[in-house]
Design a protein around this ligand. Structure first.
Ligand code: SF4
Length: 207
């Protein structure tokens, strides 16, 4: 996003624009100063997708993992971040590019999180009570929205639940964009990628 202040120090502030899957990863990272492998991978590729440079991504993870030494970070974690960005390893086709940020489809269907893991999609992988608690933690207390999400999830319409939350949390900005005529038909499309969710949220607030 041109002009967006995306660096290691701005991720906390930018996380207000993240979808629930990435909010959950970010909050768990801040709480535990650690994420397990698939959580790091899902989050690293998302951060890469929002425009965080490799250098800043390494600073972000090094600062976030407060409980380990530089030596441990360099030995155990640094390589995987560089690998995700295509700075090391991989076959020739990925060299310099690395891996693409995960789509909702991939997050919903591959590697379901196990005990102690924070990756995945909360709408798909959380129990009903834990999902409600997580949504309330992010400031969503509206009973109709929580009820709607519950019904969406029961019907396995996870994207619809996610888009319902997007529409609710951006209602004022969406109305403003419509009033000003800057809302196009394409803006009504269902969000099916965490990075698209971020971009749309950021643009609505800053566009
Ligand atoms: Fe993330 Fe997609 Fe799930 Fe929304 S539907 S929380 S963007 S994986």
């Amino acid at each position: 996003i041109p002009g967006a202040p995306i660096n290691a120090a701005s991720i906390d502030a930018l996380s207000q624009h993240f979808p629930l899957c990435m909010r959950n990863l970010h909050m768990n990272l801040r709480k535990n100063s650690h994420l397990k492998h698939f959580g790091r991978l899902q989050y690293t590729l998302f951060l890469k997708g929002i425009g965080l440079t490799l250098e800043d991504c390494l600073i972000f993870w090094r600062q976030a993992f407060k409980l380990i030494t530089d030596d441990t970070f360099n030995k155990e974690y640094r390589y995987n971040v560089r690998h995700a960005y295509g700075d090391v390893g991989g076959d020739a086709t990925r060299r310099g590019r690395g891996y693409s940020p995960f789509s909702c489809q991939k997050i919903l269907t591959e590697h379901p999180p196990g005990s102690g893991e924070s990756h995945g999609c909360p709408y798909r992988h959380f129990s009903g009570d834990n999902l409600t608690t997580l949504l309330q933690t992010t400031g969503i207390n509206d009973r109709d929205v929580l009820k709607g999400v519950k019904e969406d999830v029961e019907k396995k319409r996870y994207h619809i639940a996610c888009n319902r939350v997007f529409d609710f949390t951006h209602a004022a900005e969406i109305k403003k964009a419509k009033d000003e005529g800057s809302w196009s038909a394409g803006d009504n499309e269902t969000l099916v990628h965490p990075n698209t969710y971020f971009k749309k949220s950021f643009m609505l607030a800053n566009g």
